[in-house]
Design a protein around this ligand. Structure first.
Ligand SMILES: NC(=O)c1ccc[n+]([C@@H]2O[C@H](COP(=O)([O-])OP(=O)(O)OC[C@H]3O[C@@H](n4cnc5c(N)ncnc54)[C@H](O)[C@@H]3O)[C@@H](O)[C@H]2O)c1
Length: 260
């Protein structure tokens, strides 16, 4: 395969679902896909709890030449997760790429954590990944091409005080990624995770400025990442042939915080 063939393959039109696409990393991935697939025209289904934010990202994707539809709703809900995948199939005739990105952040020491806080974290950050993937996989297996990209976190590898529920959910995402990858790789459905380090998005707005300063100082890069610096990893994992050899991996755009 020559270099021009590689380029054409990367730009081949794909149908992608991105959850949590209204903000931060999900929004950056949506815009990066719209750009990466611009020549063939990306077809994007953007899902988010916040309909207005998803619609605004969809408008920006359309301005870049993509087709973009939105679904508003909670990805931790089984019926909604199914509706998101089926809307992509209905609108675009199938699904090639699923980016399980939606996530939330709450904070408590384990001893003080109400069980409802634990349950809600696992519902939104882990159960949703299973629900959307389970619905998407048969479509991808039938066409013998699929990419599932789960947004985990480095905290799923290293753990964190006051975030035991978040770290447990994200460690669960990494274990789920490896397990599903083993089940479907032979059907050319490749499942991988991205475990970002601290990224400046609204997710971490609530964390104190003092903590952020200390954290930045401790990082080898001495700064937090930007969402636009995470998105290219999601483009790589979705691309063909660039992403073809990644199976069950966890890639770490993390400013050097974790070196597995
Ligand atoms: N920002 C970081 O430092 C960081 C680091 C590692 C991993 N991550 C992960 O990256 C992903 C994206 O985070 P972000 O930083 O872009 O956050 P963000 O808050 O900017 O965006 C998250 C999006 O998900 C949506 N969302 C939340 N709960 C939802 C639900 N139940 N159903 C549908 N949509 C929902 C929100 O409305 C929001 O638009 C998350 O999974 C997060 O855990 C973030």
């Amino acid at each position: 395969m020559g270099i021009s063939d590689h380029t054409l393959a990367l730009l081949d039109g794909r149908r992608a679902v991105i959850t949590g696409a209204g903000s931060g990393i999900g929004k950056a991935i949506a815009l990066a896909y719209a750009l990466a697939y611009a020549q063939a025209g990306a077809r994007l289904l953007l899902a988010d709890l916040d309909a207005a934010r998803a619609d605004s990202v969809a408008r920006r994707c359309r301005a870049l030449g993509a087709q973009a539809e939105t679904v508003a709703g909670d990805v931790g809900d089984e019926a909604t997760a199914h509706r998101i995948i089926e809307r992509c199939v209905q609108a675009f005739g199938g699904i090639d790429i699923l980016v399980n990105n939606a996530g939330m952040l709450t904070q408590s020491r384990c001893a003080d954590m109400p069980a409802c806080m634990w349950d809600e974290m696992l519902r939104v950050d882990l159960r949703s990944v299973f629900l959307c993937a389970r619905r998407a996989v048969p479509h991808m297996q039938a066409q013998r091409w699929g990419r599932i990209i789960n947004i985990a976190s480095q905290l799923g590898i290293k753990g964190s005080e006051e975030l035991s529920h978040y770290a447990a959910a994200k460690a669960g995402v990494i274990g789920f990624t490896k397990s599903l990858a083993l089940e479907v790789a032979s059907d050319n459905v490749l499942v991988n995770a991205i475990a970002p380090g601290p990224i400046a998005t609204p997710l971490i707005d609530g964390i104190s400025a003092q903590w952020k300063r200390a954290k930045e100082a401790s990082l080898p890069l001495k700064r937090f990442g930007q969402a636009e610096e995470v998105a290219p990893t999601a483009v790589l994992l979705a691309s063909d042939p660039g992403g073809n050899l990644y199976v069950g991996q966890t890639l770490g755009p993390n400013c050097g915080d974790v070196m597995p």
